[in-house]
Design a protein around this ligand. Structure first.
Ligand code: PMT
Length: 400
């Protein structure tokens, strides 16, 4: 059986210690890993650790074992290169094609997918130099994961944390699963909503639904694996953040609308997989509604929520922007789906049947994807990731 060959590049940041966990995940799941640490990173984690954990020698310099031509071979033979952590310096070198050590040489010779997992202080991440380097790398087809937000070295907090090693591993697994297919969403900004909105009635009650967010998260993770910059609008979900994805937490339909319109401003594609409440209570009680002994409960008056999908479709940020909706139907799915596609004005509508344990909360799904051009694509029963990939195939064709 082919053991996927992974190069784990480690550059000189304190998050280098977390790469040990990433390495373990690769080796324990049958990957052959060559660790290529930079000289600076060895201040944080020593060569012996990498050799012991990978079962292979770790190499730093181009001048070691020169007869094996490591500066070319390691990159040429890899199925995936992942750099974790990727410092601002390493990203700059990669963007400019510098090659002064084994890792930067490897990045120039690799023809497989390359994933960078940046980690640095917020100021360094936000600096225009770093942002331009990241944009350059993405434009060339590299996957640059968005750093996570949280505690940084010292007392600082902000954006710049290395994404969770488990999430980086999951992102790499999806990239490898594509088997070298082109990263057809590279350079694209994709916005995905997932989960279900909650419309508060009083401080402890809400109108909601049973969406878990699994379909939205699968869409976000697979889009990242195809090279997209992803913004995930997550409504009341409990799932771990997919690596390298910007996650914006929302709760109500009105919050989701605001976040969706903001994120859509520079998006190439918006996919509304969230289950959005069509109505919300007309009034919010500031204190818990009490039951009155002997009296019937007062009816709850509802008002309509805005239709976010219809609004996104009608007011696109650019003529080329694609808008995709989902339709959750319990009966006459295609009939209702076709009417919904016209009503909402989107380019694609994923019609999935729900109820009796289907779609909502499940790990699997099946659907028919209707196109405004009259196309119909049947997605057979399978993991939500598989449905997501078929949808991205259709999106990528239309973006061309
Ligand atoms: O989260 P999971 O547990 O994985 O479940 C996935 C899912 C079943 C929630 C998902 O596959 C799905 O079908 N999402 C859409 C659910 C839904 O709200 O369907 P709808 O037919 O009511 O709405 C149609 C479309 O309009 C949807 O894209 C919805 O996001 C959008 N909408 C709806 C109402 C509203 N006020 N604004 C909207 O934008």
């Amino acid at each position: 059986m082919h053991q996927p060959r992974v190069v784990l590049g480690v550059s000189g940041g304190i998050a280098a210690y977390k790469a040990c966990e990433l390495l373990r995940r690769f080796t324990e799941s049958g990957h052959q890993v060559t660790v290529v640490p930079t000289a600076a990173s060895l201040h944080f984690v020593g060569e012996a650790t990498w050799a012991a954990l990978s079962g292979r020698p770790a190499a730093t310099e181009t001048w070691e074992r020169v007869h094996e031509v490591p500066h070319v071979r390691i990159g040429q033979q890899a199925d995936l290169v992942v750099v974790a952590p990727a410092t601002a310096d390493l990203l700059a070198k990669a963007a400019h094609g510098l090659a002064d050590d084994l890792l930067t040489n490897t990045l120039l010779t690799a023809r497989c997918p390359v994933v960078f997992a940046p980690a640095m202080h917020t100021e360094m991440w936000e600096h225009p130099a770093t942002q331009e380097n990241v944009a350059t790398l993405r434009r060339r087809g590299a996957i640059v994961l968005e750093p996570a937000v949280g505690r940084l070295t010292g007392v600082d907090t902000g954006k710049g944390r290395l994404p969770d090693p488990g999430a980086i591993f999951e992102a790499c697994r999806l990239v490898l699963a594509r088997g070298g297919l082109p990263l057809d969403l590279a350079g694209r900004h994709v916005v995905v909503s997932g989960g279900g909105t909650r419309e508060p009635l009083d401080p402890v009650r809400f109108l909601g639904n049973i969406s878990s967010g699994k379909q939205g998260y699968a869409l976000a993770a697979t889009a990242a694996a195809r090279g997209a910059r992803v913004t995930l609008l997550a409504a009341n979900t409990e799932l771990p953040d997919p690596a390298g994805v910007d996650v914006v937490k929302v709760s109500t339909a009105l919050q989701l609308r605001e976040a969706a319109l903001a994120a859509a401003a520079d998006a190439d594609v918006v996919v509304m997989a969230a289950a959005v409440a069509d109505f919300r209570p007309a009034e919010y009680a500031a204190v818990k509604i009490k039951k009155v002994e002997g009296a019937e409960p007062a009816p709850v008056a509802l008002v309509r929520n805005p239709d976010i999908l219809a609004e996104l479709s009608a007011h696109r940020a650019s003529a080329a922007q694609l808008v995709v909706g989902f339709a959750a139907e319990t009966d006459h799915a295609l009939e209702h789906g076709r009417a919904k596609l016209t009503r909402k004005g989107c380019d694609l509508l994923v019609v999935n049947e729900v109820g009796a344990g289907r779609a909502f909360g499940a790990d699997t799904n099946e659907a028919v994807i209707l196109g405004s051009d009259g196309s119909e694509t049947v997605v057979p029963h399978g993991p939500k990731e598989a449905l997501a990939d078929i949808l991205w195939d259709l999106v990528a064709q239309r973006l061309k």
